[in-house]
Ligand binder design. Structure first.
Ligand code: BES
Ligand code: MN
Ligand code: ZN
Length: 490
């Protein structure tokens, strides 16, 4: 879809700095220390870098030397980084370079392999654009970044798993950015089936099978649309044979009109992102496959379109979930939970997972509560939840836990069925989580991530341009490597 940036890793050749005809990036410290490449540029430009650092740059500052004399480069980016800068700061410096370079080739001269790899990761993440529908855009293949290091193989090796995560996040972003007339349920499923080439096992359950399984809740959401509802199961069994997998479950509403409880027109176009949970599940599975993770992980997504029509579910209808619980549909716009409850039940019945995490752009209320900085986190298991919160903070992805509780669950009592699908205005994100909680089997450690605020950010973030962010791929990948991966004694 996108042409991700291409990295080449080369042994340091100080002479190339003078002749490189793109942008050159070098690093200085807040104390004014220049690394060898910066010293080289300084000499070539007759002291331009030394003059730049005279006014004491602060860590994180990025300066530009435009058309430096004595060099073929168009510009030199001078980044100020502390020697012991932490991972998020180093990634941000990389992202800064991505923003600055536009479509120019870049030569970056780096030191320490791990730090260099993190910088490469930050650069890669920010160097994304979704321009497949812009006919005027020149599709250049000149998106080359040359990473120069004394031990280029070490940098390449350290960067490889991170670039797998970036590619997973791009896959998520492409899915989330794609409009709903292109990304139909069928098209979505096809893109997932194509991941078989990476060694994933992918199975598509069609409507007749879903009906046979009794997924009346999920099917009630999609029945107003001409696009068929589907559940796609992706398996990555890189861990110990026979050990229970981690299950990731995603809401994949390819477009959410609200159904008969129709949404207002203003802003409805954003509901192309209502498959964000499924997008993160797919991107994470891709990253795990690309880096050949030593873990058993199954990803399940419920793909439906929520449309009003003569055949659509009405407010007041009662539907029966696969679990057997009857659900009174008060509002057809609270559809995500109806999709998830059946896929979650199926995931537990089929895989007996060691833990289950669901992701969904579930409620507008979570945006009111947490904005675009943090996803809402809900869990019945402190260990799982704390591991995730740690992984998310290591990756710089915002996540904040909110409570569950019987009083919230009681808001979902229905007069005529076992449960209703909305619990009123108060604590909308929590009652949505409590609805899902009902479908979690007692022994399953479970976590629900409400990503409505973080999956798509109109103004962009440090690591993503306007639109889809890919939030969660890095954190889930990290959770897998921290907690679910076989360590083989390392
Ligand atoms: N897909 C929406 C939630 C959403 C809102 C995601 C804004 C991203 C941005 C969800 O299906 C929905 O419509 N939720 C309703 C629930 C209500 C009817 C109980 C909401 O949040 O208004
Ligand atoms: Mn809705
Ligand atoms: Zn929705």
């Amino acid at each position: 879809m996108v042409t991700p940036v291409q990295f080449t890793f080369e042994e340091t050749n100080i002479d190339e700095i003078a002749t490189f005809a793109g942008r050159v990036a070098v690093f200085v410290t807040p104390e004014g220390k220049l690394d060898p490449a910066a010293r080289r540029v300084n000499r070539l430009t007759k002291g331009a870098i030394a003059r730049l650092v005279e006014d004491e740059p602060k860590a994180g500052d990025a300066r530009v030397l435009a058309y430096p004399i004595g060099m073929a480069a168009e510009a030199v980016d001078v980044l100020c980084l502390e020697r012991n800068a932490d991972v998020p700061t180093v990634r941000k410096a990389g992202a800064e370079l991505a923003k600055k370079r536009g479509n120019k080739n870049l030569l970056m001269c780096v030191g320490n392999a791990n730090k260099a790899a993190e910088m490469v990761f930050g650069l890669a993440l920010r160097d994304y654009s979704f321009d497949v529908h812009k006919t005027s855009e020149v599709k250049e293949d000149a998106r080359q970044v040359t990473v120069m290091a004394t031990k280029p193989d070490e940098v390449a090796e350290a960067a490889a798993p991170l670039l797998a995560v970036a590619e997973g996040a791009f896959f998520t972003r492409d899915l989330v950015n794609e409009p709903a007339n292109v990304l139909t349920t069928t098209n979505f499923a096809e893109r997932l089936v194509a991941m078989q080439d990476l060694g994933l096992e992918v199975e598509v359950l069609e409507e007749d099978k879903l009906a046979e399984l009794g997924m009346g809740a999920l099917l009630s959401v999609g029945q107003g649309s001409d696009s068929p509802s589907k559940v796609v199961v992706m398996k990555w069994m890189g861990g110990e044979e026979g050990s229970a997998p981690l299950a990731l479950v995603g809401k994949g509403v390819v477009f959410d009109t609200g159904g008969i409880s129709l949404k207002p027109a203003a802003g409805m176009e954003d509901m192309t992102m209502d498959m964000g949970g499924a997008g993160v599940v797919a991107g994470t599975m891709r990253a795990l496959a690309l880096r050949k993770a030593k873990a058993n992980v199954v990803g399940l997504v419920g793909l439906v379109e929520n449309m009003p029509s003569g055949n659509a579910t009405r407010p007041g209808d009662v539907v029966t979930s696969m679990k057997g619980d009857t659900i009174e549909v008060i509002n057809t716009d609270a559809e995500g939970r109806l999709v998830l409850c059946d896929v979650m039940h199926y995931a537990q019945e089929t895989f007996k997972p060691s833990a289950m995490i669901d992701l969904a752009t579930l409620t507008g209320a979570v945006i009111i509560g947490l904005g675009h900085e943090n996803a809402g986190v809900f869990s019945n298991d402190d260990t799982l939840c704390n591991s995730f919160l740690r992984a998310a903070s290591q990756e710089g992805e915002g996540a904040w836990r909110l409570p569950l509780g019987k009083a919230y669950a009681d808001q979902l009592k229905s007069r005529i069925a076992d449960v209703k699908n909305v619990g009123g205005r108060a604590a909308g994100s929590i009652t949505a989580a409590e609805f899902l909680h009902r479908f979690v089997q007692d022994e399953t450690p479970w976590m629900h991530l409400d990503i409505a605020g973080v999956a798509h950010v109109a103004g962009g973030t440090d690591f993503a341009p306007k639109g889809a962010t890919g939030w969660g791929v890095a954190a889930l990948n990290r959770l897998v490597s921290n907690r679910f991966e076989v360590t083989d004694g390392k």
